[in-house]
Design a protein around this ligand. Structure first.
Ligand code: ZN
Length: 343
């Protein structure tokens, strides 16, 4: 099966595969602009009332093509019994349909669960570079950003750019100022269908950060002390921490906090499975270009082929070896998480 790069086709195939495997499917509509047919799709199998395995795709819109494909492959050969299963397809359907990372309000759903104001004043040093207001601004803002980078250093620059910001609503990595409806809808489904579980593992598939083809398994020991050990045992390899000193960054308003809040009685273990694509610089160029164009084109319309191509290259590379590895490891981690919950 090949990886689709069309939202509507992806969701159709997801629902087909889930129904073939006997799962109950349902959907919630998240319309934006003039696009009515945007849905978060769910596939549910109620098995063990105390344990559940949840897998998410498309928290970051366009990153959902890889995740959707992994979900279909998992659904094609489900093991019998074990924990209850929930698959969430396209947490951000607008982003997936329109080849962008943020939703229709420009909110980054993995920066949006903010219960306190986010202060990221360093972002302003890079604002004109990240979010140019004219074509010429793409070039003119570069020296200023370069100087700020030299002055602040790599670690602080990464935090400034990508940790999330609340004061530039049209800028990239915008947290929003209230909890977005997609996040609230997923919380509602968790409460309704998995309210009684005592143990839940959540796998959230992303692409775009890290070296080409590398797999990063981000866990959060601040929220779940034993999760690095749990997942290291589960996956048979080390996990990764959001660490600004180590080439990544630590973010505001994680979506995992929303899940934890929705299931307060459960012991939650959340792992963000990230697959590296091209360089961080290339990913940032694609995001700048896409956001610039999105702001100026008619609402609800697709990006130009050039922007669509740049975004797909940044988040779903064509390379067959990359695609094979992402599929294989996506499926393998799900089975490992399933076996660990079974034990
Ligand atoms: Zn992501």
């Amino acid at each position: 099966m090949q990886i689709e790069s069309d939202y509507y086709r992806s969701r159709e195939l997801f629902v087909q595969e889930a129904e073939k495997s006997g799962l109950r499917t349902f959907r919630v509509r998240v319309p934006f602009e003039s696009i009515p047919d945007l849905f978060i799709d769910f596939a549910l199998a109620k098995r063990d009332p105390e344990r559940a395995l949840v897998q998410l795709s498309g928290t970051h819109g366009i990153e959902g093509f890889a995740g959707s494909h992994v979900q279909r492959e998992v659904l094609r050969a489900l093991p019998e019994g074990g924990p209850s299963l929930l698959f969430v397809h396209a947490v951000n359907p607008y982003g997936m349909a329109l080849y962008r990372r943020a939703n229709g309000d420009n909110v980054d759903l993995n920066r949006s669960f903010n219960l306190a104001p986010v202060r990221n004043h360093d972002y302003d040093h890079f604002n004109s570079y990240l979010n140019p207001t004219s074509r010429i601004g793409f070039f003119l803002a570069q020296p200023r950003a370069l100087l700020a980078w030299l002055r602040l250093g790599g670690q602080r620059t990464r935090q400034a750019v990508a940790s999330g910001q609340m004061h530039q609503p049209h800028g990239i990595f915008f947290t929003g100022t209230e909890i977005p409806r997609e996040v609230k809808l997923v919380q509602e489904v968790l409460r309704t269908h998995l309210g009684g579980v005592k143990q839940v593992t959540v796998l959230d598939i992303h692409t775009g950060l890290g070296k080409f083809g590398d797999e990063l398994l981000f866990v959060d020991p601040d929220r779940e002390t034993e999760s690095p050990d749990y997942f290291a045992k589960c996956f048979g390899r080390h996990t990764n921490l959001e660490d600004p000193a180590n080439g990544t960054y630590s973010i505001h308003g994680r979506i995992s906090d929303a899940f934890r809040r929705a299931l307060p009685a459960a012991q939650m273990r959340y792992c963000l499975q990230e697959f590296g694509t091209c360089s961080a610089w290339s990913v940032l160029q694609a995001l700048r270009l896409e956001n610039f164009e999105w702001k100026f084109r008619p609402r609800g319309t697709l990006p130009t082929p050039r922007v669509q191509q740049a975004m797909l290259e940044a988040f779903l590379p064509q390379n067959p070896a990359w695609r094979e590895k992402v599929t294989r490891l996506g499926v393998e981690r799900w089975h490992q998480a399933w076996a660990m919950l079974q034990a």
